[in-house]
Design a protein around this ligand. Structure first.
Ligand code: GLN
Length: 206
């Protein structure tokens, strides 16, 4: 089982740990640089991206995490985690910075201030396959306003005012979703990410 960490500074950590275990990983929480150094992959949970960014600095994890992302650590960011992975941000808080790594522009709180949450069943390329659609739960979620040429678009909103907006992407070893699969009891996104981590470990050993 690959060892996959969940950044445990803020946000829905327990749900990600459970989904990772169900998806085939050994899951551990990460709060310290030594814990970060010991994982084969990492989940950045949803929560509040400005708070997580501030805590990354307080816990002295920010530079180590940026370095590991640059080296090719597989990382899955959900919601606030997608914001943290994005190279560019629109509607960020004043002076808000991201970790970057993923060649996308995210729009924070894109579904509108009034729209606290929105749900829809969506197909996700490589993940839902011939099975049922995924239940996508968006909570004050970002969307991907623009994705660079190397980025694979895995899912888009199907209907309503946000129809067509990109909400799941992959670029190499980085995966991001605007929605929160960890709260649906469906482990397919986590299983997919654990597969990405396994492939990366195999490549490094090979
Ligand atoms: N709106 C939050 C942010 O800007 C993200 C919300 C979430 O992760 N559920 O970080």
């Amino acid at each position: 089982r690959p060892r996959v960490g969940v950044l445990a500074l803020q946000g829905d950590v327990r749900e990600h740990v459970a989904a990772l275990v169900s998806g085939g990983a050994e899951a551990v929480t990460v709060r310290r640089p030594a814990e970060l150094a010991a994982v084969d992959g990492l989940v950045l949970p949803g929560g509040e991206s400005t708070t997580i960014d501030r805590l990354l600095r307080v816990f002295e994890l920010r530079e180590a995490l940026r370095a590991r992302i640059a080296e090719g650590l597989p990382v899955y960011g959900s919601c606030a985690g997608m914001i943290l992975l994005a190279d560019r941000i629109l509607d960020g808080a004043k002076d808000q910075q991201t970790l970057g790594g993923l060649d996308i522009t995210v729009r924070r709180n894109a579904f509108g201030r009034q729209v606290d949450s929105y749900e829809e069943d969506l197909p996700m390329a490589g993940v839902s396959g011939t099975g049922p659609d995924l239940r996508a739960v968006f909570i004050r979620a970002p969307w991907v306003e623009e994705a660079g040429p190397g980025v694979e678009v895995l899912a888009r909103v199907g209907s309503g005012p946000a129809a067509g907006r990109i909400v799941a992407v992959r670029d190499g070893d980085l995966l991001a979703t605007s929605f929160h699969p960890e709260i649906t009891g469906d482990d397919r996104v986590h299983r997919f990410f654990v597969g990405m981590v396994r492939e990366r470990v195999a490549r490094q050993q090979g």
